[in-house]
Design a protein around this ligand. Sequence first.
Ligand SMILES: [Zn+2]
Length: 666
Amino acid sequence: MTQQEAEARINELRDILNQANEAYYQKADPIMSDREFDEKLRELLEIEMEFDLQTPDSPSVRIGGRPTKTFPNVQHPVPMLSLDNTYSPEELDDFDRRVKKLLGHSDFDYMVELKYDGMALRLRYEDGKLRLGATRGDGTTGDDITPNIRTIEDIPLKLADQSSGIIEVRGEAFMNIDDFARMNQQRADEGLPVFANPRNATAGTLKLQDPKIVAQRPIRYFAYDLLFEDEEPDMTQEQKLNKLEDLGLQVCEHRKACRTLEEVHRLIEKWDAERHSHPFETDGVVIKINQERYRNELGQTAKAPRWAIAYKFEAEQAVTTIDKITLQVGRLGTITPVAELDPVELAGTTVKRATLHNEDEIRRKDIRPGDQVLVEKAGEIIPQVVKVVTPEETPRGKEFTMPETCPECGSELIKLPEEVAWRCVNIECPPQVRSRIEHFASRDAMDIDGLGEQIVDQLVSENLITTYTDLYELSIKDLTPLERMGEKSAGNLINAISESKNKPFDRVLFALGIRFVGTTVARDLAGGFGNIEALVNASEEELTAIDSIGPKIAQSVRLYFDDPKNLELIERLKHHGLQLEAEKKETTSSIFEDKTFVLTGALPSLTRKQATEMIEEHGGKTTSSVSKNTDYLLAGDSAGSKLEKAQKLGVEVISEERLLEMLNSQ
Ligand SMILES: [Zn+2]
């Protein structure tokens, strides 16, 4: 094999493996067998080694691919059954009649709970300590994914009651819609494949082999059932949920015991109408007999209990036609194809556009202009195309091809072998310029009130600004000629821009829009380096010494500061008086000088913010993750993985009470 042949084969294998990974994780629709995957992976690894061509992004090293070994299996002592589904009020009436007939009376309540669209997990606690976390699997045997489950903050490692013997908790892992959208946006910005919906993202994440990556994903957990190993105490479902809450688990507040079926119907109607008001996705309601003894009496079929049923809300999909496919250029130059649709009503809004994610996705689904498609809302701000439903005899439009140049600025598009997205790398590309400024002004960044998308558009197209630094040179008379901009609103905007100069250093760092630098990383960089000079001069090695900074982020930060254009921007920001140095807090004492704290869990009386301020007032600092440089872990109730890590590293763990004692003893 020549060097050239090796390179060609490596590219081919990486493509196939990336596609296979995506199909397996994001689509839950594998395109090759595990065995075939492993063989290809091995071949790739061998060639990469022989020709020294391994890169950090290769599927041979990238964590987050398909499991390289399977998880240990675990038998469920009580099977994890699924529930029968109903789709209409009449079917629910049938269920009610069936139950009453079997029991011979109607002397029971129904417990009604929202149904979360996620992944079922069982937890086993022994004397209050988490010993096992497992997936449902086929209902009798699941995967033991305990290391991953220990990273979920909602799942306490220790229960509030340590004397409870062996208990089993059942519940659902899921992602909040906002968290999911943010994570997907970040993945899209990074050129990584996006997840289809929060459920797939949750399932894909929990199957990862590296708990460190799982820990970074925003997984939540609601408990909904409690089982005791020895004997089943006579508790109602309602009492169980309250008990779960007392034990320190998260239980959804949307639950209600109903005395009559009529009440159940009314509740379902109400919850159906409110289904979009929750931070998470819900696809229905679960109705269970509240009293344990009647549950036992009713028993179960081979597949599902007879005492419970799921009522599914109507699916939120609609059929419409793709008018054309356009391309959108993101802040970091990522090109996203978008379907322009015939407007259609979906989930209470009129939908005109749907994301097509990337070229591979379009090809996989064979989406073409003129197609009739099924669109769905999946927790994203804009909906997506599920599949093409054009009738077979209908003539189809032309296959979509990605242009070679940016639709906005004409620069040549590039695509890195390990990424799925095409990218415009011209930093003067107008939509990128606009979205960089919008990002700079956004709420988590400089929070400039009144500087929305439309104003930025106008400012850029009128050539009043080309970078965010230009904002600080605007005057009222620059603004007043703009559309819908009076003297007063111009004055307000100038004030808001000027006030943003007081935003702390970490906000400024985030606002710069460096790839991979989110709010947490920005805070850690600001805390770790203290000022912009130290950061500009930091080597990749010095950067990765900060716990939350990996090589990918370090490289990106270096790349940013190695560009003289960016250094010039920073000089100008400095000239305008922005905060480029971490604030030295007015300290009332220095007893925590040089001490680094990490906070975890819920503190009994202080909020995290109050505790952080208290620590800073006394000269200490706080960071987001535990490392060997951490002096104290301030741990409250339901402390998660951080507590465990601190114990492993021998970091002193203190309670709120101890913190207050330390402060009072000075
Ligand atoms: Zn461009």
